[in-house]
Design a protein around this ligand. Structure first.
Ligand code: ATP
Length: 207
């Protein structure tokens, strides 16, 4: 069965923390492809001030040297509020037989119960809660979806319906910190791929 991952974000801008985590997830879950899905209009936070075309162009450039990472613009094309359930439905329609793994951070999982149609996700995909080393581990098994919990990711062979968690190395980078560094005229060379740093410089973003 084909194994596909979904890693959504604002990507304002995409950074090495995203990319290293994405590559670790590809390896840990044995994914053929990880869809990197930038949101158009986030539902749980303020909208990014950076124009969509720049976030999308930077994500495309960042994924170019990682064949398993697939920049996916379905939320940008859909426009309007970016409800994750619509994105999962559209991936399920496109890949009816695949095992689909939706990744979410441990912080997001804490309020997952408030997401639009939260109870419907496991009918479409598997959910993987990503826990960064150094942060408190989420008690996924004790959540209201604990009945779907499977402790070992490699045991998950179903197309949908399983919940698990995975620990990834800690990368302290964040898009917020990168934007702040740029406002202060600092160097972001260690935080983003060279192509993204060049794109930011060329378009004078985040000044
Ligand atoms: P911001 O600082 O603007 O909130 P961000 O750096 O957290 O942005 P997002 O695009 O909002 O980036 O995050 C997309 C996904 O990437 C989320 O699931 C988030 O948990 C994860 N993520 C963000 N930063 C890191 C990092 N340094 N290491 C691992 N995962 C990360």
């Amino acid at each position: 069965m084909q194994r596909i991952g979904v890693f959504g974000g604002t990507y304002d801008p995409v950074h090495n923390g995203h990319l290293h985590t994405a590559m670790a997830l590809v390896e840990r879950l044995g994914l053929a492809r990880l869809h990197m899905v930038p949101c158009y209009q986030p539902v749980h936070r303020d909208s990014p001030s950076t124009p969509t075309e720049h976030r999308w162009a930077m994500l495309q450039q960042a994924c170019q040297s990682h064949p398993a990472l697939y920049p996916d613009n379905r939320e940008l094309l859909r426009a309007g509020p970016s409800y994750s359930i619509d994105t999962m439905q559209s991936l399920r329609d496109e890949f009816p037989a695949a095992a689909i793994f939706m990744f979410m951070g441990a912080d997001a999982f804490r309020y997952f119960g408030r997401w639009y149609r939260a109870d419907d996700f496991l009918q479409l995909v598997n959910i993987v809660v990503v826990h960064r080393g150094g942060e408190p581990a989420p008690d996924v098994a004790a959540s209201q979806w604990g009945g779907a919990f499977q402790p070992s990711q490699s045991d998950i062979v179903c197309s949908r319906g399983a919940l698990t968690s995975v620990q990834c190395p800690l990368w302290t980078t964040s898009s917020t910190a990168i934007r702040q560094t740029l406002v202060e005229g600092g160097d972001i060379g260690h935080d983003v791929p060279a192509a993204v740093a060049q794109y930011i410089e060329l378009h004078q973003l985040y000044r």
